[in-house]
Design a protein around this ligand. Sequence first.
Ligand code: NMX
Ligand code: MLT
Length: 436
Amino acid sequence: MDQVKQRLKEVGESKSEQLKELVREHGNKVLQEVTIGQVLSGMKGVVALLTDTSKLDPSEGIRFRGYSIPELRAKLPKIKEDGEPLPEGLFYLMLIGEIPDKATVDFISQEWARRAQGIPDHVFKVIDSLPITAHPMIQFNTAILAMSTESHFRRAYMAGMDKKDYWDPMYEGVMDLISRLPVITAYIYRRCFHGQKHIKPDPSLDWAGNLAHMMGHSSEEAKRLMRLYMVLHADHEGGNVSAHATHLVGTALSNPYYSFSAGMNGLAGPLHGMANQEVMHWLEKLIKEIGTETPSVDQIKDYAITTLEQGRVIPGYGHAVLRKTDPRFSEQLDFAKKYIPDAPLIQLVSKIYEVVPDVLASTGKVKNPWPNVDAISGSLLSSYGIKEFPIYTVLFGVSRSLGVLTSLIWDRIYGMPLERPSSQTFDWFGEQGKNK
Ligand code: NMX
Ligand code: MLT
């Protein structure tokens, strides 16, 4: 048993006992009142999930196992002291609940590099059978499903494994899957945008650095950006669409590939992860219509108002939980201001930030007029030479694997049962309205 799995076993055994006791002792305790409005507006604010990896505060933003992003950037192991933390360290933190030392992070890097070599040939053939014009998210998700032929979990289940041990093959599958996503992503990227000229992995590199390398963006700056990107998008508590979908499908004891694929289908929606690509189209159209990369504040305002008048959303703004500027936006802006302050797209994003919140607030209905993570991520990638917008959501997905798949292992440690809430008819809700 590897050292990470061994530590997981130790913390997992005691936590799963505590959970059983909680349900036994306090299972009947009422948590909250739920209104008709909450149920009919996307269940916002309804506490319905147990997720340990991270927690989102509406004002402060995300904390991973209690640590804010600035704290993580200071505390997680890095390659160079002035660089970005390694996502491997965040994975360990989310999985175990402890900040790892550098040796543990190096072990995970090496373990993932080793496991990444095991992608079966048919996965590349399946990708190659899709048209090159198929959106990279289609190719990515098809590849994830194609990799499920390798599922340890499925094999163990078929062999009649005791359910208390399910977490073990889940861990193995998750480690395989996470390790392989950068290779798949770079393969799709080079296939679609760089004439099939594939670049071999460098097993001496870390997980995110290797992704940048295989994509063909191998400068130290691009690797540093990739590490930051992979940390920032890794998790956003349990209720966001990709986390929730991964978890839900996992409760049917679907293997990690099926479960993660469900999450990635959700991430591909324009109100969720695909918003990073939408932002770039919105910016591109703005530049084209106004005729300059440096529009005035008034020109941006008119363009934003026109978007709303056309019955469309302004991508990159708003959030279902956050009520302030997303710290993931601020961290990326700080990074950009530090390294590439003169990049035209970054200057444009900053100017839009001055204008759009007021435009959205003036509608009177948008609950959060502030930018989210997607308002800047594409502009930052583009400024570093990763200019092909359709790959952005795939990169989000690679990062999101760290959080949602960690939670999937914990779901099996906790022995989470099949999730099956009730539904009611329109007439039933109408009756409830009259009764209250
Ligand atoms: N532009 C225009 N209208 C908006 C926006 C926006 N950015 N954000 C919210 N609204 C509207 C929303 O469509 C709704 O309108 P209506 O009542 O006519 O249906 C109204 O304001 C109230 O919505 P909220 O309760 O504020 O937002 P909700 O929780 O339903 O949705 C989002 C959250 C994130 C889906 C929404 O803010 C949005 O569509 N934003 C743009 C897309 C985006 O950036 N998504 C990425 C989110 C982060 N991520 O990576 O997943
Ligand atoms: C996310 O990172 O998942 C998004 O910000 C959406 C959310 O949290 O609902």
